[in-house]
Design a protein. Structure first.
Length: 163
């Protein structure tokens, strides 16, 4: 039987960073700071990501480009891989992502598909949601309760486990 189905995503939208809690403002400020350290000579698209761990530690990431384009890495994956490598048994609570580009000042930027897949993988692995804060250069902020909100039909390792 043919049925029309709908998938919807809810998020909070803030007109400015000042509307957030002090802790979220600090985390996004760190992401902004990290975007200045991005190595983006080809795209001039600077992204910073800061991951807040349950321990209170903040792990940094910025995008790192390479002349051989596939060899570069996005800020979100840099931060999450570093968090997992350096704090193996500590859950990630929030990832704050800031994207700055002259061409995207009025548009909210969301992680690429590869980053979304990695973000969901860590969320499933730790069996706890990771909140996502996205901010553009106009300082508009979108808050998602889970990485799965960005990739609702994600493929994860539970599909690979034998019953």
């Amino acid at each position: 039987m043919k049925e029309n189905q709908t998938i919807s995503v809810s998020y909070l939208s803030y007109g400015n960073i000042s509307e957030l809690s002090d802790a979220d403002q600090l985390l996004l400020s760190k992401a902004i700071e990290l975007s200045n350290d991005a190595y983006a000579p080809y795209s001039e698209f600077h992204v910073g990501a800061a991951v807040l761990l349950k321990s209170g530690e903040v792990v940094a990431g910025s995008n790192q480009e390479n002349a051989a384009y596939p060899s570069g890495l996005c800020a979100e994956r840099v931060a999450m891989f570093a968090a997992s490598a350096n704090f193996r048994d500590v859950d990630m609570e929030t990832i704050a992502i800031y994207a700055a580009s002259e061409t995207t000042a009025q548009k909210q930027i969301s992680p690429c598909g590869s980053c979304r897949q990695v973000m969901v993988e860590y969320e499933v692995k730790q069996a706890n949601n990771v909140r996502v804060l996205l901010m553009n250069s106009s300082k508009e902020v979108w808050e998602f309760n889970s990485c799965k909100d960005l990739l609702p039909l994600a493929f994860d390792f539970t599909a690979l486990k034998k019953q």
